[in-house]
Design a protein around this ligand. Structure first.
Ligand SMILES: Cc1ncc(C[n+]2csc(CCOP(=O)(O)OP(=O)(O)O)c2C)c(N)n1
Ligand SMILES: [Mg+2]
Length: 372
């Protein structure tokens, strides 16, 4: 018998507005209105400003650590824009722009990185989960949320964000397998920013695209230019349609680049070539968007100056709210974890913040306030 093909496939690459300003009018015409485009650009400006300020807060000892989002604004923003307000956003930690678009007050992200648990208590009506720092765990949560929604006959789907490095985690493969085989309306949105801290993409993935990892699960897969908000909007809208109409998941690989260090605890100059960074700066999603707005006569230098000033004010106000929030008692650790505390041992621990099992004095009372 001759050898035949058991399976062949191709992965689409979607680009609508490239870094040279070329715009595919056929694909891009009805995706984003002019007014929306201006708003989205202003949101990018605000998020970029937030990034700068958060970085300085860390450097001046006012915040623990911070991962800059710079260069990746179009990914989460395009996705949040393309989805419905009740669709779940299930982020990792580089999606500020999309979360702010959905309505998350900026101080929540500041509080999170300041180590204040209140930054994770996301208002229910925003349909988003807190930042996930353990790599990959959130993809399982997104699959569960979307499964619950399908089970209850609700119309909301879930979209989860993660990096290229996260696709090497077991959780990623379990979530993908589960979602594909149980027909779960979830979008897996990979932000391939070429690095997982100091590990380059080609070490994480030997295949030519990360997108094709989803093919193994029988899932629709697509790659797009992640610095092109039009391309991101289109692939997410298509994926959302597929999820809503047929409960089918989609795997999206958005190709982008992390212009900053991994976090404030990193120095990327130790492992990245400067030329690579310089080349990606020319593909900055904000420059592309601004030039496009100017070409449509929707933007000029005075609008840029006014929007920059507004962004500075908004961020300064958020910093003020985060830094002026009333301090919490240490016993809050118990209160945010348990609905009620009626076990005498727990009451004692809450009062003393000690466990007798490690030999500390249980009578040493740290908190003088009343226990529930
Ligand atoms: C389970 C787990 N392992 C290791 C880490 C340490 N860690 C933090 S970020 C990171 C790299 C993630 O890379 P990628 O998924 O590409 O996301 P990016 O930061 O590039 O957006 C690692 C290994 C972690 N947070 N969680
Ligand atoms: Mg990465």
């Amino acid at each position: 018998m001759p050898i035949t093909k058991a399976f062949t496939t191709e992965i689409d690459y979607v680009s609508i507005l490239d870094e040279h300003g070329n715009f595919d009018a056929q694909l891009g015409s009805d995706l984003i209105s002019n007014d929306e485009l201006v708003q989205l650009y202003e949101q990018m400006l605000t998020s970029r400003r937030f990034d700068e300020v958060a970085f300085k807060l860390q450097r001046s000892g006012r915040m623990g650590t911070y991962p800059q989002n710079m260069g990746q604004e179009a990914t989460s923003l395009g996705a949040a824009f393309a989805l419905e307000p009740h669709d779940w956003l299930v982020p990792c930690y580089r999606e500020n722009t999309g979360l702010f678009h959905r309505g998350l007050p900026m101080e929540y992200i500041l509080l999170h990185w300041m180590g204040d648990e209140r930054g994770n208590q996301i208002p229910r009506e925003l349909f988003m989960t807190p930042l996930a720092i353990p790599i990959g765990t959130q993809m399982l949560h997104a699959t569960g949320l979307a499964w619950a929604s399908k089970y209850r006959g609700e119309s909301n789907i879930a979209c989860t964000f993660f990096g290229d490095g996260a696709t090497s985690e077991g959780d990623f493969h379990e979530a993908m397998n589960f979602a594909a085989n149980l027909d779960i309306p979830v979008i897996f949105f990979c932000q391939n920013n070429h690095w997982a801290i100091s590990v380059p993409g080609h070490i994480q993935c030997s295949a030519p695209t990360v997108a094709q990892r989803g093919v193994a699960y029988g899932m629709d897969c697509v790659q797009c230019d992640g610095n092109d908000i039009f391309a991101v909007t289109k692939v997410v809208k298509d994926a959302a349609q597929r999820a809503r109409d047929n409960n089918r998941p989609t795997f999206i690989e958005a190709v982008t680049y992390r212009l900053g260090d991994h976090t404030t605890a990193d120095d990327a100059r130790r492992y990245r070539d400067e030329e690579e960074v310089e080349m990606w700066k020319t593909r900055d999603p904000m420059i592309r968007m601004r030039d496009h707005l100017k070409s449509l006569n929707l933007w000029n230098d005075s609008k840029e100056a006014a929007a920059t000033e507004k962004a500075e004010t908004l961020v300064a106000e958020a910093v003020k709210r985060a830094e002026e929030i009333a301090e919490q008692p240490v016993s809050e650790i118990f209160d945010s974890m348990y609905n009620t505390i009626d076990d005498p041992e727990m009451i004692r621990q809450r009062q003393t913040m000690r466990t007798s099992s490690i030999g500390q004095d249980p009578t040493q009372v740290e908190s003088t306030e009343q226990v529930n």
